[in-house]
Design a protein. Sequence first.
Length: 146
Amino acid sequence: MGSEKGIRFHECAVRVRFNEVDAYRIAWHGHYVTWMEEGRHALAREFGLDPAQMAEAGFFAPVVELSVRFLRAARYGEELLVQSWPVRRETATIEFRCRMVGADGKVAATGRAVHALTDLEGALQYRLPPVIADRLGALFYHHLEA
């Protein structure tokens, strides 16, 4: 786990594989979304918030907003550190932000994913259910410094 400016982030490494590069010999843009997902799932898993754990608790958390900002090309064989952290929200949603950093310390991309909460039948939750609120509380306690 790393830290910067009052925020602790979770890190997981990904390596750009040959099948992930395009005709320009750089990582195809769609793969960055997959790497973001790997990072946020690794973080969420530690706090009982990955998709399987959420379903076991009786909820789904589908992505309702997603953005990626590309800052430099990632290339075949390059290892990127996916740094992920949570963001507090006023609504019954979960937000994760991330950045993908190369060995040279340069940021290749940044991203953001917002998840709504539904029950297993798809009914939108307008308040955080206690079990999810507790898990998010633990996540924020460990990743957001006062």
